[in-house]
Design a protein around this ligand. Structure first.
Ligand SMILES: Nc1ncnc2c1ncn2[C@@H]1O[C@H](COP(=O)(O)OP(=O)(O)OP(=O)(O)O)[C@@H](O)[C@H]1O
Length: 826
């Protein structure tokens, strides 16, 4: 019962892990069981030092075909900057360019990867650089997952399966496994994987059935029939070989790429005397339903393929119930299984064209020592459906079923990875990792709990026409790249596989058959089967019956306990999810209210702005229409006020004017009345005095008004006179101004004249000086015998002495004098 208790405890631990994902700072030691084998302790060494490593994401860029090159698909959309960095550049005319014309950063996006493989990389180099280490780890007992992802026509199949001449990573992984276990293969298929981490021991009948079903599976392959002769020949040869020679049989059966000589260094040699058994399974997840690809497709289209359930074992490890596991003895056999699965996959696709799915190929490796299974490890390769196909594949009803319920696998995968990344951020947060939302994430929850290794291969197509899809794929991969995987210490209980009977109860303990466990197994069988219970009753052993009874009670109690725990866990998860949903809802409603408020404010201010603009526009239009006749509103209002004031004053004045008349009239009337009606004398005299006073006042006011009127008239006439004078003065000023202008013009003219004359004078003076100099020279020459003057000299003499020239000089002097006088005047 110790084992049962430990399992329950671990189940609770897993439950916690599930709701909060893994806590990288969780150091609490997990329960251990005593008496573990050497393999288990070897594993515990690595357990003690958890290894943190980033989820490795590899990028492979597909080679462009000749056809694509002629279609000008190579527009440099994918630029490999370094072995880790790639730059995506939107091609001309793409949607990205159009939508981000203003934002250059949208046109060029950079992504980093663990490693980038150039288009020309060989399949062998790609395998060596990516998952080879994971395959090695499989042989050391570690579970791992490889996710192959990419857009349509991006080379996913080429990367995963390749061709017979140039195989992809999956055939190479199978080959590597068989190469490494070469010579240490467990040839019998009597130890079979059961549930998630357990082993079922097959009896002779089961073994026969297993072998015949494998035969049937292989015979379903068309090509197997074609090569039967060759295989039977090889098999007969192999049977005649000794055991050591038969180790290389798998290689001799393999096609050329698999026939390389066995590398001894590659073999597992850890000093532990154990052998290995390899089992494979191939299944697909389509529309959240799991289908076994090793089960033949139904013959008729109307018949549906049976779907399988995903369950969890007692330790909380998920597994596909009733999945077919096939024992393979060579890489060639494993490849055949792959081909059978592919065939069924294609058949399913043909029957339903939209039926595209995520397919998973799993290798389970059993490490056997004697009759004891020492360890079991798993290596899965998942081929994810391309994002475009994913959306195309979903019809309306499927979309409602899948998308409407938030069951889009890629979205969930993204959510799980994001939650895992958040949890690994600073360790303070613990987001809920929703791996149960999809079958795929549930099946590989070990990865999300940080127990198992994982890597991702991203395939991209560098064609310009595939740019948008490539960008989406890269964005998805960008989430995964940031995840740091933290390998949690595992309980040794979970590491040690258990040999179980048909009922799933462990039959082995520390390598020897546990009689008690076998008894328990039988008893449980009886518990579950009423008919068998009747058989027990005929057994003579009373003790056995009482033991059975007590075990039944205990089993019931345990089941109830498990159920309560499950309910509690579910409730806790439900509460957390509800809380998160409510928080999200509250946050969203608050955001919506804020947005509404701000939008309303913006709308009001915009409305006011438009109102003002409209008013201004109307005003401008009115001004333009009215032209000179336009009177501003303010002026018009002021004018109206003035008119009102004048009217009021007019009324007052009229009243003022009427009152005295009425008064005098009243006086007169009263005087008449005094004559006619009998009044008291004192009253009459007071009234008379008052009226007289009023009359006097009225006369004084009238006189004052008259005077003022005269004054106004005289002032007005004065103003008129002054205006006239001003007008006259203005006119004379204008005249004077015109005269001044005229004078200025004439002065300017005179000045021009003077300047001209001055320049003439200067010229003449220069001429005169030259003549004088000439004269002096001539007079100097004339000291000698006088010679008759000729030409110019004779003329100069005449010019100097002639009276006409003397008068010219005088005129010149006069004009100079006049000029200087005029200058003085101005
Ligand atoms: N690295 C490569 N080198 C050369 N050719 C390649 C490479 N990768 C893919 N191809 C070729 O490109 C074509 C498409 O590849 P593949 O069928 O593997 O794409 P896919 O992503 O699986 O397509 P699908 O969308 O149908 O799933 C094939 O003709 C394949 O041979």
């Amino acid at each position: 019962m110790t084992t049962l208790h430990d399992m329950t405890h671990e189940c609770t631990m897993l439950g916690k892990m599930e709701s909060t994902a893994c806590d990288p700072h969780h150091d609490a030691p997990l329960p251990e069981i005593s008496g573990v084998s050497s393999i288990a302790s070897a594993q515990s060494e690595s357990v003690e030092s958890p290894e943190n490593q980033q989820l490795r994401v590899y990028l492979r860029v597909r080679l462009l075909s000749k056809e694509e090159l002629t279609k000008n698909e190579d527009q440099g959309c994918v630029v490999l900057e370094s072995p880790e960095t790639v730059l995506l550049q939107a091609p001309r005319g793409s949607g990205s360019i159009k939508s981000s014309e203003k934002n250059i950063s949208h046109q060029r996006q950079k992504f980093t990867f663990s490693q980038i493989f150039r288009p020309g990389v060989t399949q062998a180099d790609f395998f060596e650089g990516t998952i080879k280490t994971q395959v090695k780890e499989l042989l050391r007992g570690k579970n791992s997952l490889v996710v192959n992802y990419g857009g349509t026509n991006s080379g996913k199949t080429h990367t995963l399966q390749g061709t017979s001449k140039d195989p992809g990573i999956l055939p190479r992984a199978l080959r590597a496994v068989f190469r490494r276990i070469c010579g240490r293969q467990y040839k019998r298929a009597d130890l079979k994987p059961y549930l998630s981490k357990d082993i079922e021991q097959l009896d002779a009948d089961q073994l026969k059935a297993e072998e015949s079903s494998k035969e049937t599976l292989f015979s379903s392959l068309q090509e197997v029939r074609n090569t039967t002769k060759f295989l039977s020949l090889s098999l007969s040869l192999s049977l005649s070989l000794s055991l050591s020679l038969s180790l290389s049989l798998s290689l001799s059966l393999s096609p050329s790429p698999f026939s390389s000589p066995v590398d001894r260094a590659d073999r597992v040699d850890d000093g532990v005397p154990c052998v290995f058994s390899v089992w494979v399974a191939f299944y697909e997840i389509y529309n959240e339903k799991v289908y076994d690809l090793l089960q033949p497709s139904p013959a008729t289209k109307t018949k549906r393929r049976p779907s399988l359930r995903v369950c969890e074992d007692g330790a909380g490890n998920p597994y596909v119930k009733d999945l077919r596991w096939v024992n393979v003895l060579s890489a060639e056999e494993a490849s055949k299984i792959l081909r059978v699965g592919n065939k069924n996959l294609t058949a399913a696709k043909t029957s339903q064209p939209s039926n595209r799915s995520h397919s998973i190929f799993t290798i389970k490796l059993l490490r056997i020592s004697g009759t004891d299974v020492q360890g079991i490890s798993e290596f899965s390769i998942c081929d994810l459906l391309s994002p475009e196909r994913c959306s195309k594949a979903r019809t309306l009803s499927e979309g409602l079923r899948e998308g409407g319920n938030g069951k889009n696998l890629l979205a969930i995968l993204g959510k799980c990875i994001t939650a895992l990344r958040n949890n690994q951020g600073d360790g303070s947060k613990s987001s809920y990792v929703p791996f149960r939302e999809s079958k795929l994430t549930w099946l590989f929850k070990g990865v999300f709990c940080g127990r198992d290794q994982a890597s991702m291969i991203i395939n991209i197509n560098p064609c310009a026409s595939a740019y948008e899809e490539t960008l989406n794929v890269m964005r998805f991969s960008a989430i995964t790249k940031q995840v740091v995987q933290v390998f949690q210490p595992r309980s040794l209980e979970s590491l040690a596989p258990r040999l179980v009977g048909r009922n799933g109860k462990p039959l082995l303990r520390n390598g020897v058959i546990d009689d008690q466990a076998v008894d328990d197994c039988l008893s449980e069988e009886e518990l579950l089967d009423g008919e068998d219970e009747a058989d027990v009753s005929i057994l003579p052993q009373e003790e056995l019956l009482s033991l059975v009874e007590s075990l039944r009670v205990k089993l019931l109690a345990e089941r109830r306990k498990n159920l309560v725990q499950e309910i509690e866990i579910r409730k806790e998860m439900g509460d957390i999810m509800l809380q998160q949903i409510m928080e999200c809802e509250e946050l969203h409603s608050r955001q919506i209210a804020d947005l509404k408020e701000s939008h309303e404010e913006k709308m009001t201010s915009t409305f006011e702005m438009y109102k003002e603009a409209l008013k201004e526009h109307a005003y401008q239009c009115a001004v333009e229409e009215q032209g000179d006749d336009y009177v501003p509103v303010e002026e018009y209002t002021a004018e109206q006020e003035r008119v009102k004031e004048l009217q009021r004053r007019l009324v007052e004045l009229e009243q003022d004017c009427q009152e005295p008349k009425t008064g005098s009239h009243t006086v007169l009337t009263k005087e008449n009345a005094a004559q006619t009606s009998p009044h008291t004398p004192s009253q009459d005299s007071a009234d008379t005095v008052r009226y007289k006073l009023l009359y006097k006042e009225k006369c004084a006011v009238e006189q004052l008004c008259g005077e003022k009127q005269e004054l106004i008239v005289s002032l007005e006439s004065r103003i008129r006179e002054l205006n006239e004078t001003l007008h006259e003065a203005g006119e004379s000023y204008m005249e004077k101004l015109a005269e001044v202008k005229q004078l200025e013009n004439s002065l300017a003219y005179e000045e021009q004249e003077i300047n001209r004359i001055q320049s003439d004078v200067a010229e003449k003076e220069a001429e005169l000086t030259a003549l004088r100099e000439e004269l002096a020279r001539l007079s100097h020459e004339s000291v000698g015998p006088s010679r008759p003057r000729r030409g110019l000299l004779a003329n100069i003499k005449e010019t100097v002495t002639s009276p006409r020239n003397a008068s010219l000089c005088r005129t010149f002097r006069k004009s100079v004098r006049a000029t200087s006088t005029l200058r003085k005047k101005t």
